[in-house]
Design a protein around this ligand. Structure first.
Ligand SMILES: Nc1ncnc2c1ncn2[C@@H]1O[C@H](COP(=O)(O)OP(=O)(O)OP(=O)(O)O)[C@@H](O)[C@H]1O
Length: 269
């Protein structure tokens, strides 16, 4: 069990997770990791250390090679299609590359965020059924300070504005867990901080579990309480930020080269 959570309140529980891609790349090796409801975890590690693979294993976008991945009480590694859909409905995602439908309005993009929980997606999008969804979407846009651009086409917004809209769309999903993969990597420092502030506040307000990959150590220091770091596919650090010296964090990026290590691991697999 993790030092961070009791078994009762864990919403993510990963045990002995290993992922070897078909081409032989060992992306994850024997990872143990848990997170509790409402907890914020910053995921660090050099390029190729396995952060995205770990996030994708959590919602079954990538199938584990071995080990156990339990999310919100469902064993993702053995889940059937229906169970997997249910898990994915409760796991919101925020990406570095913002996937809004460029030619649709901001409001419609946000309404689409709720499709996963609609009993009938067609009704969800029909003109008559839209009032409640419109109101909820406007509320979500209001929360991220973007209600004033609801009628604009998504492609007319700046990157920072688009990321806020993507967060509103994710809110529309009413998730319990948020996986954010370098959510501010494409934004300038000021816009990046504004988005981070928003993401942090929103996950706290809704008691969401946030697993957020970052590459900027200063952001990790400012926003992360718990740091989980991967090195060449293995868990290297799981500690409170206050317990970590700068050189430990910098060492994640400056010591041995990840890819070299992975070649060694591949040879041993
Ligand atoms: N679909 C795939 N097929 C084969 N290898 C893959 C695949 N996806 C990722 N990898 C490899 O798995 C390893 C881990 O990749 P992953 O994207 O999880 O790392 P990361 O820490 O998220 O990297 P980055 O910081 O660059 O996003 C890398 O060596 C990568 O090349």
């Amino acid at each position: 069990m993790s030092q961070w959570s009791s078994a009762q309140d864990e919403v993510i529980r990963v045990r002995n997770l290993t992922k070897v891609y078909r081409n032989g790349t060992q992306a994850l090796h024997d990872i143990d990791f848990s997170a509790a409801a409402g907890e914020t975890v910053v995921l660090l590690g050099a390029n190729g250390s396995g952060k995205s693979t770990l996030q994708k294993c959590l919602n079954g976008l990538v199938a584990a090679t071995s080990g156990s991945v339990n999310v919100l009480g469902t064993e993702v590694t053995s889940a059937n299609k229906r169970q997997l859909t249910q898990v994915r409905q409760q796991v919101g995602m925020v990406h570095q590359r913002i996937h809004l439908v460029r030619e649709l309005s901001v409001l419609t993009n946000v309404i689409h965020g709720g499709l996963g929980r609609a009993p009938s997606p067609r009704n969800w999008l029909s003109a008559t059924a839209k009032k409640a969804q419109r109101e909820e979407a406007l509320e979500a846009l209001n929360r991220v300070g973007m209600a004033h651009v609801a009628g604009k086409r998504a492609e007319q917004l700046s990157g920072g504005q688009q990321q806020r809209v993507a967060i509103a769309r994710m809110l529309m999903q009413r998730p319990k867990i948020v996986l954010a993969d370098e959510p501010v990597a494409a934004l300038d420092p000021r816009a990046g901080r504004a988005v981070m502030d928003m993401l942090w506040d929103i996950t706290e307000e809704h008691n969401l579990t946030l697993v957020c990959t970052l590459h900027q150590l200063e952001l990790a220091r400012d926003y992360g309480s718990r740091i989980v770091a991967l090195r060449a596919g293995s868990l290297d650090i799981d500690a409170h930020i206050s317990e970590l010296a700068d050189h430990q964090l910098q060492g994640l990026y400056t010591s041995e080269h990840d890819y070299d290590q992975r070649s060694d691991m591949r040879g041993a697999a």
